[in-house]
Design a protein around this ligand. Structure first.
Ligand SMILES: Nc1ncnc2c1ncn2[C@@H]1O[C@H](COP(=O)(O)OP(=O)(O)OP(=O)(O)O)[C@@H](O)[C@H]1O
Length: 513
């Protein structure tokens, strides 16, 4: 496929707001793509490089290069050039990299150059395009979009599914099913207002402790145990406790879903940061384990004995879980039969908070497991409302904070995957956080103007606030009152952060002050 085709379709997609038109454009694009173009076209559409971060920052693109007269570059040639770029090392690397970028841009037309610049600086990242690309692929192959989405969830990647679809047609979707050993995106929860309201919506449901730790998915296939995080990172080597627990259960061919937490000497749960620090550390795992032993708590089972259980109702999955995992390692829960028993759910929430946990998750007993979805059959209820927002930019600090990136520009997700700025904050940041965020944000920097450094919208931060307020300064006409940083959420991708809609639903908007 010519890069020109991709650049044109990408521009047309950006200039229309109609989802059906975007899908039609993508379907046309995939009809003209070969299976081997798919691993390049899909990330390029979303503004990513298949090679990951390779240091093609804006500094390399500052000098204009005369464009080529006509389109000749193919996407595979561009990909090969960037693989070569990524491999440059040693003395003179900087000059060689600049030469390679100039050579690539020189072979590109003006429109292609614009596309490449966006891609190379990371400025045109749009996570929402992966969802659209799945729909475009489905339309190109004449299969239901839901089938493609499910294959992607279970098979691990849109690229693998897209390639197989274009190579072998609709029958290829059957190749993608849940497999023990291959991570699957976990089901997520919707926010609920109160336990009572949640029971009203769900009817018969389990009310479970919401534990503030790290989500884990534990796979065992014979001797082989693997542990994955919510972002599907393999952390097996960092959590030996979980490997031995999984190895000791009398069952095989299973996938367990749960949370890993830790307790202090009095049996109170330790804060999230401590657990994140332990799970994040690769150094001297044995010493870390001694200092802060982890406790797994499981709440679901997605496969057992090699059988896929996703479509079973929760009550049946839980029965299987209870047959496999002893009670102390299962989440504490109570079951209510319907709205008449809502007071039991409230009481369970109150006791859970007393025990030091953050809230409850209520789960419909008849619901299947919706991998990778924020299912409506899981409702989380917690007393302190916070938002997970994305850092869009940061300002260099003054006084004690000179030389540190301090005031953060915060964004909420729009339905099209872009971000709307909601306000700024430098409150709640400790010295260690300032130090860390300066380093991290400079890695994500895409430009600097005055004292503001703009960054790729990837870093997620949890924000507490006291309500919403009208403001003409921000694009959605609202801002957060007294926003303060609670913590970074490196375990959460930007595509899963709170939307403008969720923010507006948190309460009334006060008049501008
Ligand atoms: N009993 C439980 N059932 C399901 N998830 C639980 C449970 N206890 C704790 N959790 C955690 O809560 C998360 C569910 O909330 P959600 O899916 O919205 O993620 P989140 O945005 O990280 O939530 P929050 O920011 O409220 O912690 C799960 O990802 C999981 O890590």
């Amino acid at each position: 496929m010519l890069l020109a085709t991709l650049a044109r379709v990408s521009r047309e997609i950006a200039s229309t707001s109609a989802r059906s038109r975007k899908t039609a454009l993508l379907a046309e694009l995939f009809r003209s793509a070969g299976p081997d173009d798919v691993p390049i076209v899909i990330p390029y559409l979303a503004g990513r490089l298949p090679q990951g971060r390779i240091g093609t920052g804006w500094s390399l693109l500052r000098e204009p290069v005369p464009p080529a007269a006509g389109p000749t570059l193919t996407v595979r040639e561009v990909d090969a050039a960037l693989t070569a770029f990524a491999g440059v090392a040693g003395p003179g690397a900087q000059a060689e990299r600049a030469r390679l970028v100039r050579e690539l841009l020189g072979a590109a037309t003006e429109e292609e150059q614009r596309f490449l610049s966006g891609l190379l600086t990371g400025e045109v990242r749009q996570g929402a395009l992966d969802a659209l690309a799945a729909e475009g692929l489905a339309a190109a192959a004449s299969v239901p979009a839901a089938d493609v989405r499910r294959a992607v969830m279970l098979g691990g990647s849109l690229v693998a599914v897209g390639r197989a679809l274009l190579a072998r047609g609709p029958a290829a979707l059957g190749e993608f099913s849940l497999r023990v050993g291959r991570a699957v995106p976990p089901m997520l929860a919707h926010p609920g207002q109160s336990a009572g309201e949640a029971v009203g919506k769900l009817g018969a449901c389990a009310v479970e402790e919401k534990l503030d730790g790290i989500r884990v998915q534990v796979h065992r296939d014979g001797e082989r145990v693997r542990v994955f995080t919510r972002t599907l990172d393999d952390i097996t080597d960092r959590v030996p406790e979980l490997t031995s627990v999984a190895g000791g259960l009398s069952g095989d061919g299973f996938i367990l879903d749960g949370e890993v937490i830790a307790f202090d000497a009095n049996g109170r749960p330790l804060p999230f940061q401590d657990i994140a620090g332990r799970v994040g550390s690769r150094l001297d795992v044995a010493a870390a384990r001694q200092a802060l032993p982890l406790s797994p708590v499981f709440f679901d089972v997605l496969a057992l004995g090699g059988e896929v259980l996703l479509d079973l109702p929760y009550r049946e999955r839980y029965e299987r879980l209870a047959g496999l995992v002893p009670e102390p390692m299962r989440v504490r829960r109570t079951v209510v039969t319907g709205p008449d028993e809502a007071p039991l759910a409230d009481e369970f929430l109150a006791r859970t908070l007393e025990r030091g946990h953050e809230g409850v998750v209520l789960k419909g007993l008849d619901a299947p497991y919706q991998a990778g979805r924020r299912g409506t059959s899981w409702l989380k209820v917690k007393p302190v409302h916070t938002l997970d927002l994305v850092v869009l930019a940061a300002e260099w600090g003054h006084g004690r904070r000179t030389g540190k990136l301090s005031n953060l520009h915060l964004g909420a997700r729009r339905p099209d995957g872009t971000f709307a700025m909601l306000g700024k904050t430098f409150k709640g940041l400790t010295d260690a956080m300032l130090e860390w965020q300066t380093r991290r944000l400079l890695e994500l920097a895409t430009g600097e103007s005055g004292h503001v450094v703009t960054v790729r919208p990837e870093l997620v931060v949890e924000i507490a606030f006291d309500g919403l307020q009208r403001s003409t300064r921000y694009p959605e006409g609202v801002t957060l009152r007294f926003a303060r940083v609670v913590r970074y959420r490196e375990d959460k991708p930007a595509a899963e952060t709170d939307t403008v809609g969720t923010v507006l639903a948190t309460g009334p908007v006060r008049a501008e002050e």
